[in-house]
Design a protein around this ligand. Sequence first.
Ligand SMILES: [Mg+2]
Length: 381
Amino acid sequence: MKQLSREINTKGGRYAIADRTFDNAPQVLKKIPKEEFQKYFEQWQHPWNKGVAPKVIDWKEAAIIWMYKCCPPIDDFDVFRESKEQNFFESQESIIALCTHLQELMKTIEDLDENQLKHEFFKLLQISLWGNKCDLSLTGGENSSQKTNIMNYLEDLKPFILVNDMEHLWSLLSNCKKTREKESITRVDIVLDNSGFELITDLILADFLLFSNLATEIHFYGKTIPWFVSDTTIHDFNWLIDEVKHSNHKWVSKCGADWENYVKTGRWVYHDHIFWTLPHEFCAMSQVAPDLYAELQKAHLILFKGDLNYRKLTGDRKWEFTVPFHQALTGFHPAPLCSIRTLKAEIQVGLQPGQGEQLAASEPNWLTTGKYGIFQFDGPL
Ligand SMILES: [Mg+2]
């Protein structure tokens, strides 16, 4: 398995291509006794026919999902696991800096005035944004870790934020905090992108939202199967919290212990749903996965991390750069939402007139290098 994983990761390509990724799959599958296949297929057949098959468009995708969901040892096999773990281990310097910053902030949070709190919120939002640069899909599985302390570069990176709706996020959450009655909740949902360093930045933000009282509950959404190279699965989520908890660094391990406690006490909730690995654009969600849509409707704010979520939010269509984000969502409005994304695919809406053209003239690849980022909000204020 390790050798298979290594071969796949060195093959490169912007995204994993199913044909190449599964070149060696027959050899792997041949080792599984036929009876095992039969047993798991029978167990899976009913829910498959009823729930999954009608929603799947491409048979190859169906085969991969089926294989992952019902074929041990494949159902526990992640070809990208090694790279995701390597990304985490190689980003230790940044992780220590972030966890230390968070723990110091926790101690002084009561003394901060509104502006200082807002400033800290914006800082952690930007860290979560630039954490999205560390994506194995962009490097074809090559090294993408964060070796330097990202906090030192936030000011330098600001000019690269093309749409900046952070103020809207602050208004929404600080209003919730001010008007919240005792016992009532403010729920922020985070639709995750990559594991490794990016997930750390998301958990740091989620932790801050709780101890600053800007939110009282965080719900995370990951993938049911390994997806788009470095995307987060439940295994990655649990593994990372456990690693952080067992760190030798006292502030890192304190973060891990807190995060484990949030999960145990239900202040952090992890969900997965097969919809996230199906090819549908999000405007189809209310029809295709009404249960998931209903879940998202419970949030006061939904943060969508990363490029693939943006493509699915906007239906991956050839919109003009100036088309309003609200329009490009094509009816997908479960709750106020914000895309936090570095640009890696040729789609961007909600820009100022001329902004896209100007960028294209000076940097032909501005849409795909991950150099630029957005906080793009949609919802009533
Ligand atoms: Mg990803």
